[in-house]
Design a protein around this ligand. Sequence first.
Ligand code: ADP
Length: 490
Amino acid sequence: MRRLSEDGLASLSDHHLLGAGAFVDRVPRLATDRLAVTCPSSGVVIASVACGDEELARCAIDRAADALPDWRGRLPGERAHILRRWAMLVRENQTDLAMILTLEQGKPITEARGEIDYAASYLDWFAGEAERCFGQSIPAHRPGMQMHVEWAPVGIAAAVTPWNFPSAMVARKAAAALAAGCAMIVKPAMETPLSALALALLARRAGVPDDILIILTGEAAPLVGPLMADSRVRALSFTGSTQTGRLLLAQAAGTVKRVSMELGGHAPFILFDDAQVDRAVADCIAAKFATSGQDCLAANRIFVHRPIHDHFIDAFARATDALAVGHGLAPDTLIGPMTTAAGADKGRAHIADAIARGARRATRRTIMGDGGAFVAPTLLRDVTEDMQVAREESFAPVAPVLAFDHEDEVIARANAGEYGLAAYLYTDDVRRAARVSRQLEYGMVGVNTPRFTGPPIPFGGWKQSGLGREGGSAGITEYMEQRYVCSAFR
Ligand code: ADP
């Protein structure tokens, strides 16, 4: 496997982005342990960050509580102005931020640049939303009364974020919370703390006051436990696995927090024989292999109409075999390493299980490099629903293809299971597009497109893929309460 030196971090134009001024440095030294950050492309340790404990988390809540009244009391326009300045600084530092992201997460540098843009777009979006939290005037149902509803910030919010989009998930959650007038304490994934620290530094430079956005780095349980137990933390936003989501939901019950969650996905990609197949192949490559397959929106079960099945397999296998696999900083790389060793093992286990149960590999590569962090992009044909790869989110560059015969059959198969985040549908028949899309039990449906996310849309899932929505006009309300006021004027 191609190895690049880790000079990347040394070449940053602004070294302060590597965690200078982090919360832990501003409080009496509570956390002395360090946590190593490893580049998954090379296995080399590139940095270390503070490994916080329960005491640090409790201190963060105290500090956020002290800082909150000032921030909550500012005019929405002022908060919006600061968020816009933050967006501008993120764009100005795109090269450094993308470098940090690629080195700690592994994704190809062009995708990392795209993620930084995506993160900035949420800062801009929620700046706008801050100024448009209109309430409601209610026609009175009692004589001599005036009735209205206004929105108020919920208070301190906690965010627990994943390693697959370490910049975008912090920005999407923090932008909404700060726009609403909340303080936010973020616990990024252990694998990817650097991107969160860099964003927080830029937030401070943009004018976000100390302790309104706090990043806590370290292991999950000691940091998240106190946040979940404390009644001053009024909201939790979580992105991660359904398993951890269930755990946090139970923990949130103790203090009845507002909870929004974006959990696992197991997206069906449904391709009918009346679609433009070659375009669908290219789109399916994008839907499957973005973020090296480690994406909750990734096409996880590719259902192909039997009349075009073999043609699709040939074209998709050729396109998959052409994908360059390598170090995230290599300019031609399209598929990077798996961010975690466990993730790579799971991808390989899914392939082995499917083949043991009768699936066939349609792509040429079987093993990449030393077989460590890199998983060979693999197309599996003859996949059936009893195989692990068809039942679980694989979070790896593994593409299972399942043939289908009838529309009703594929809808039922696509809707089976606990997940309901995103679905893809390819057909050129407008009636079929309308008919099928409205039967899919999914929060987001892409018809003839692999790209549908962005700040204006309500991002979120049905069933056990989540609760609440991020972005769109609903996103900011996850961090707000409604106050209904009834005034007598008689
Ligand atoms: P993945 O399996 O993809 O790493 P997780 O749901 O385990 O997904 O991780 C998502 C986020 O949840 C990370 O920030 C991780 O540190 C955090 N997390 C994992 N386990 C726990 C836990 N028991 N309590 C609180 N947070 C957790």
